[in-house]
Design a protein around this ligand. Structure first.
Ligand SMILES: [Zn+2]
Length: 345
């Protein structure tokens, strides 16, 4: 029995000494294995040897071994907590270091440009109107004088929704109808907004883009009013003494209709190889015309009493000319190196 007690004391001394030396978790685990592993742990072996003792000595020896085991477990736990919670002292904060630069959000270049356009028109007495992007066939086409099966419908690859006759509007013109249904002349509005067409993106086409269109309806409105309004608008937008020309064209909802061209802002009509105007010196910028009498009748406005003009242009496309950007897709690729060039400080 005395041998057994000596053995226990010896193991305890040895354990305490080696625990002192432990510097990391791996070493701690090694010690745990050495004393407590199920087959060959030093304490496990002591329990095994109990069987060789005489009957009366067994309980006393068992108590001693249990006490040793409790001591070992407790010491290992303490050591492990100590190792786990020990942290390196944090470096003192240097309050004189410069801060990290924070990027603030800014309006998207297309929205900045849209705002500029809106400001010009509101200063000319126009108000801003808005409408839904999901439209019915009636507002997008029929009320604007595109009867079913009219060939002009084929000019636009329309995105139809599954249910009913709903579609994603192909132009902002349905808002003209919605406004004229509710409001009697005089009407002077511009309608900016997103429109959708089933187009494959390329440098000058996108499946979603911004349009702005204008509508004026009042007594004695003539083509001269249209011409004067667009001249003032384009010269203020491009800040140049632009030349403008009107070419005859066709739109179902205006009669007569015109395409509006302006001088090429990139080559100033000087470069026969200009990529933007193709050397012609002119850029097609707007579609316009006098509101077709049938459209006025569709919204119960008497065309004998009132007349009006309407015009429309792509905001993204015009922004390309204004900022001299070669590819419209750049606006939507979210490359911050591109986008940040437009934020005002
Ligand atoms: Zn040009």
């Amino acid at each position: 029995m005395k041998d057994f007690k000596d053995r226990i004391n010896h193991i305890k001394t040895e354990f305490d000494a080696s625990l002192e030396q432990v510097k990391n978790k791996e070493a701690l685990q090694d010690i745990r294995n050495l004393y407590l592993s199920r087959k060959k742990g030093k304490i496990t072996l002591l329990f095994n040897d109990l069987a060789g003792l005489e009957g009366k000595q067994k309980p006393e020896a068992g108590k001693l071994i249990n006490a040793l085991k409790t001591h070992v477990l407790k010491s290992l736990d303490e050591k492990s907590t100590e190792a786990g919670t020990k942290r390196e002292k944090p470096a003192p904060v240097d309050l004189t270091l410069p801060g990290h630069k924070t990027w603030w959000g800014a309006p998207h270049p297309v929205l900045i440009f849209k705002q500029e356009i809106e400001n010009i028109f509101t200063s000319m007495g126009f108000s801003i109107a808005d409408g839904p992007e999901i439209e019915t066939d009636y507002y997008n086409f029929e009320a604007l004088n595109f009867p079913p099966h009219h060939p002009a419908r084929d000019d636009w690859d329309t995105l139809y929704l599954d249910k009913g006759d709903l579609l994603l509007r192909t132009h902002t013109s349905p808002v003209q109808i919605r406004v004229m249904e509710k409001q009697k002349p005089p009407i002077r509005i511009v309608i900016p907004g997103r429109v959708y067409r089933k187009e494959t993106s390329d440098p000058t086409h996108l499946p979603m883009f911004y349009q702005i269109e204008g509508l004026v309806v009042d007594k004695d409105i003539t083509f001269s009013h249209l011409k004067g309004t667009l001249e003032v608008f384009l010269r203020r937008l491009f800040n140049e003494n632009l030349e403008i020309r009107f070419r005859p064209s066709f739109f179902p909802f205006t009669e007569p209709s015109a395409e509006v061209d302006m001088n090429c802002t990139v080559c100033k009509r000087q470069d026969p190889d200009c990529r933007v105007c193709g050397g012609s010196g002119w850029i097609e910028i707007l579609g316009a015309g006098m509101v077709d009498p049938q459209v006025l009748k569709n919204v119960s406005i008497n065309p004998e009493e009132y007349s009006g003009f309407a015009f429309g242009m792509g905001i993204d496309r015009t922004a390309m000319f204004a900022y001299r950007i070669p590819d419209m897709r750049l606006f939507y690729e979210n490359d911050l190196r591109f986008i940040r060039q437009f934020s005002k400080k």
